[in-house]
Structures are given as C-alpha cells and as structure tokens.
Design a protein around this ligand. Sequence first.
Ligand SMILES: Cc1cc2nc3c(=O)[nH]c(=O)nc-3n(C[C@H](O)[C@H](O)[C@H](O)COP(=O)(O)OP(=O)(O)OC[C@H]3O[C@@H](n4cnc5c(N)ncnc54)[C@H](O)[C@@H]3O)c2cc1C
Length: 490
Amino acid sequence: MAISEAVVRELRTVLDDGDVLVERADLIAYSIDGTWLEARPDCVVAPRTVQQVSAVLRIADRERIPVVPRGGASNLSGGTIPERGGIVLNLAQMNQIREIDTGNLLAVVEPGVLTYDLQSAVRKHNLYYPPDPSSLHQSTIGGNVAENAGGLRCLKYGVTTKYVLGLQYVTAAGAVGRAGGRVIKNVTGYQLDQLLVGSEGTLAVITEIVLRLVPYPAYKRTALAAFPTLEGASQTVVDVTAAGVVPPALELMDRSAVTVVEEYLHIGLPTDAEAILLVELDGGHEGAIEEEMKRITAILEQNGATVRLAKDDSESDDLWLARRSVSPATAQLRPNKLGEDVSVPRSAVPAMIRRCREIAARYDLLMPVWGHAGDGNIHPNLLFDRRDLDEVERLQLAAAEIFEAAVELGGTLSGEQGIGLLKREFLGLAVDPTSIAVMKAVKRALDPNNILNPGKIFPEGEGTRRIPVQLALSGHGAGEAVNASAPPVS
Ligand SMILES: Cc1cc2nc3c(=O)[nH]c(=O)nc-3n(C[C@H](O)[C@H](O)[C@H](O)COP(=O)(O)OP(=O)(O)OC[C@H]3O[C@@H](n4cnc5c(N)ncnc54)[C@H](O)[C@@H]3O)c2cc1C
C-alpha cells in the first residue's frame, strides 16, 4: 500500500475509526465517478468537522499524499478519480443546512448537502435556489461550487458562481480561512471565494458555503415545441433572446435524444420531430407570463414548430423529467458515453449543432445532442464501447474536432462540467499560455506540494490531444502499488 500503516493509524486518531476506510471492497466504491474512468485510492476518509478536514490535510501535506475531495461523485470530467492513489476526502457526512436567513435571503450550508435537499428546504420558506443541474439528487453543493455547476435554469438566473456570497475553506497545508461573507456587495481585497468557484478541488477544500437565495417565482409556464428540422430549433434559440425575452430555461433535445427518452419514460414525447425545445417562463405576475408566452409561441411557430403548452404542474413536471432523464436514458444505447459540454456564443448554436452532426456522420458515431441551448451550452454525447479499439480511435478524432469547432466559433471546452482528467490535454486549445502560467502560479501558491487533486485541469501529456479512455488499465485501478507522491506543478 502506498500509504503506510502508521499514517492510517494517525488518521484514525483524528477521525472516528469507521470514518477511515482501507478495505479493498470499500476502496472500489470510491474509484469511480460519472465517467467510465476508474482508479483506486489507498484510503477513504469521511470527516464530520472542519477541524477534521484540517487535520487530514496537515498529515497528507507532510507525507505528500494526494488528496481528492469528493462530494456526490456525479462529475462528468474524471474530477474525483484518484488517478495517483492517495486519500479520497469524502465530504458527504458534512451535510447540514446550518441556516436559512429569510431576512437576508441567504443559506449557510455544509458542502455535502445535496442540491435537491437545499432546493426543497428553501422552498418551504417560499425561497428559490435556482442552480439546477440534472444530477440534483446526487450532486452536492460543495461539488456544484467546485465545478461552478449550471443546469436547466441558467439563462435567466445564472450559474452557481452568481449565488456564492462566501466560503469557509481549508488550504492544502491545513489552514482554515474565510472568503467573501454574508453581504451582497464586497470588494474587500481579492475575491477569493470566486477564485475557488470552479477550482475542481485543486486549490482548497470547501467546508462551508454562504449562498444567495431569491424569492420563489409565483407562476411558471412550460411549453414543448416540436420542430421538423434541427436547424429550425437552434435558430429559434437565437430569435427568442433577440426578441428581448429571457426565459429561465430554453432546452434543446435532438431526435435521437427524444426517442431514447420516450422509450425510457413513455410520456408521449413527439418522436417524429427532428428536435424539440422546452421553454419555461416564470415570474410574479401571471398576466405578464401569459403575454410573454404568446410572443414566444409566435416565434416558435414562425420557425416551423408545433407548440404544446403544459396544461398543469404535473404535465410540466413530466416534461422536465424528460429533459433530466436524457443522460441516464442514453446509457441504454452503448456501454460508454463521452458527455461533452462545449459552450459557444448563443448566436453560434446553429453552426455548432451543424458541425456536431457532420462530425458524428463522418466518424460513424452515435451522438445524441441536447443541452442548455439558451446558454449556448451544448452536450453532444458521443456513445461508444471502449473495448472496440476502432470505435475508440474514431471517438478520439471526433472529440478533438468538436473542441476545435467550439473554439473556432468563439466558444470554449466546458460550460459547466469542468476539465478534470478528460479534457486536460486540450486546455491549451482554449486558454492562452500566459493564462495557463498564471493558473499554475495560483495553484503553486495555494498548494506548493501539489497534493490537492493532482493531475486535474493541467495537461500531463506531451502535446497529444487525446481523451484518456484507457486510464483504468494503466492507472492505479489495476491494484499495483504506486508512488503516491505527486511532482509539483511545473
Ligand atoms: C445524469 C447527470 C446529469 C448532470 N447534469 C448536469 C447539469 O445539468 N449541469 C451541471 O453543471 N452538471 C451536471 N452534471 C455534472 C455533475 O453533476 C456536476 O459537475 C456537479 O456539480 C458535481 O457535484 P458532485 O457533488 O457530484 O461533485 P463531485 O463529482 O464529487 O466532485 C466534482 C469536483 O469537485 C471537487 N469537490 C467536490 N467537493 C468539494 C469540496 N467540498 N471542496 C473542494 N472541491 C470539491 C472534486 O474534487 C471534483 O473535482 C450531471 C451529471 C450527471 C451524472
């Protein structure tokens, strides 16, 4: 084992015995995430307090043991894969909602609170926490902050970063700090809280979060628009926002995504349409929403859609369930899935979708496309079987072309799922050398021994732009002893 028995004994002096796991069967459960990648840690610890997080990090930093913070492990970037072994820091037991402050419209939570649990708790006070990833029953607020999660309702409400007012964090060396606060306006020094948003567990461990809340919208209206062409649907996204209407959600699913969800849920989705758009409007005045829905319906119909308005909350819930189910439903088609997450200016959505279709056809790959089209955040999902080497090679080439297309169209590699292991070799495609050097300097300043989630975000290969499909075979997952210490970030 790469971690000595003495270190395990020491960890057991700072945590409850049952909160330190080293048995093989336990470790296997912590070797996977939302991707197909696998690598086994040497040890899993589940702290219950910030003092315990700090004590674990002090030991790990002294011993140069990699530490991988982990929330719900629903990430789609390989972000919680302990590629270099070491300690998985499971934050699931730090799951208390400490405060809901209705006067100041904020909540204070521990990082392991599930996204859905927070949404439900604040709803009882007629308040709303809008960031809404489809994984909300599995993902944690700590993971959402570390990935700057988005979801279905970002067009009007924005992504997680907009809701983070303050954080408590622990540095790699075990020091505890607070960044931001409980105030809306704050320019007191660098915005360290915002620096940690989207940092993918590489800069510090987040142990408490102060979140902004908004009033729960009194009225909602959902429409489903079925289009005879994918182009019509993607053009509508541009036309709706150009008309000055900003719906909370404007979600696109292409025909293959619609078909697979219908086969999964049987709720009467229009499988003969080439694409559908789901539109949600919300607000405090019913009349204003009806008026806006009329304007949007006119635009949808001008672009060739047949429009169905959900008649009640139950039908609306079914439609949103359909959208949330695309990802699990597509798992039935092929054993593996590369869920891409490119982000382009909204006006480039039609071109991006055309490029995706052309790439999928050229490489003969199944690729349902869906996504938060209103945000310009498209999820082309490349389905494959990693045992089929020819298909894997085509996947590699297709993925690289999708990233290149997104960047050429003025966009970037990830809208909400992060870089992690999967896209690290492509970082230089979207981020210039000066900015990569600045990012590395920040990493070195906060984590000089490179123990926090090493190997994530920054390229490891020598210029080879490839997705790490075979990590499970070459990494720690095969069970060999590894040298757990990581080289510093160069
Ligand atoms: C079916 C499905 C649908 C999804 N839909 C969406 C979607 O609509 N929108 C979206 O944005 N994402 C989506 N995702 C991706 C994923 O759910 C998000 O990235 C989510 O934010 C991850 O939360 P988590 O708690 O599972 O984090 P994890 O997967 O456990 O961790 C994610 C990253 O955060 C780090 N981390 C976790 N907790 C902490 C902490 N306390 N301190 C420091 N670092 C930490 C980890 O090291 C890792 O790098 C989806 C995933 C699935 C499987």
